[in-house]
Write a protein that binds this ligand. Structure first.
Ligand SMILES: [Zn+2]
Length: 330
């Protein structure tokens, strides 16, 4: 296979704190010999585990970038045992556009794995992580939120995996992250996901959904920072005491957790995030966008549980995810 064109401007395997870029050549109208410059910090101190830490896999999700910028700016080499590889803006072009996908190629980085060394900009980023950075990692933390179109109760997640040993390790890392909710996540579209690439390599993954709406809050950023620190202590990379608070465990057993709209219109959510719902409760209504006097269309929960995600904007389209129900475990 071809070599990936990305080159780091800093060493990835030397002790100390190094701030630099992953430099991805990108020739274009406004810069003939230009590059996409993806910021990266590597902090290494002797032997130990390596954590690969990423935010803005989707460019409009902000808790990860905030927590990782702070970690990169404040961590000293002597604080670390092993290595931190910190990339706050994983899909950097998308992040700079405040968008989920890249403005260069419309690439959704979390559907682009394993990527291609000779593909689009997004595919080249995926390939570099797939073949260069992921093989260096013992644990990957990839921060997500709902972006501009979804909002979530704050949770860390682990996937149901065929490799039960890896599933256990991922579950323990999720518990160390200790978000207010912990979810065994059922993916609706796992092909091409970074998560799948990490897990297929046998590497522990912690992923999150910490909020949404295309912004972060003081509370959601605090959850990201605490969880990140806890996970790094769990793996022996940082020292100190983990901060452990109560966390509600949720399960997503099947597709009945999801409620999708089949209409365009004015979106009315009927329950708020974290609220309990019974099976057949109306969780959302959609009003006609262009006439009065019509009854709203009702969308009902197909199982009981807690509202863990909702469509964020005030208008909804056919095919949009309107609501997600999680099942509370005892
Ligand atoms: Zn995301």
């Amino acid at each position: 296979m071809k070599a990936n064109p990305i080159s780091p401007t800093i060493p990835l395997d030397q002790d100390g704190v190094h701030h630099g870029f992953l430099k991805l050549p990108y020739s274009r109208d406004d810069s003939a010999w230009g590059s996409v410059m993806i910021p990266i910090t590597v902090i290494q101190n002797g032997a130990g585990k390596t954590a690969l830490l990423t935010g803005a896999n989707h460019g409009d999700e902000y808790e990860g970038p905030v927590a990782l910028q702070e970690l990169a700016a404040t961590t000293r080499a002597e604080d670390v045992t092993g290595r931190l590889i910190i990339v706050p803006y994983f899909n950097y072009p998308a992040f700079r556009a405040s968008a989920r996908t890249s403005p260069i190629d419309r690439g959704n980085l979390n559907r682009a794995f394993p990527g291609r060394p000779d593909g689009t900009v997004t595919e080249k980023i995926a390939d570099y992580f797939q073949r260069k950075l992921l093989p260096m990692a013992d644990v990957a933390v990839d921060f997500h939120s709902g972006g501009k179109t979804l909002d979530f109760v704050p949770f860390a997640a682990a996937h149901i995996l065929e490799d039960k040993g890896l599933q256990e390790a991922c579950y323990a890392a999720m518990q160390a992250f200790n978000a207010p909710y912990s979810v065994q996540l059922l993916e609706i579209d796992s092909e091409g996901m970074y998560d799948t690439a990490v897990e297929d390599m046998g590497t522990v993954l912690v992923t999150t959904e910490l909020g949404g709406g295309g912004m972060s809050t003081a509370r959601s950023n605090a959850i990201a920072k605490k969880g990140l620190r806890n996970v790094l202590i769990h793996f022996g990379i940082l020292q100190g005491e983990m901060q452990i608070d109560p966390s509600v465990t949720l399960d997503m057993p099947d597709g009945d957790c999801f409620v999708f709209s089949e209409h365009d219109g004015l979106f009315e959510i009927m329950v708020d995030l974290g609220d309990h719902v019974e099976k057949d409760d109306v969780v959302a209504r959609v009003w006609s966008p262009d006439r009065t006097g019509q009854a709203p269309l009702e969308y009902r929960a197909r199982r009981g549980g807690v509202l863990i995600s909702r469509h964020f904007p005030g208008m909804i389209k056919s095919g949009d995810c309107a609501a997600v129900i999680g099942v509370v475990e005892d």
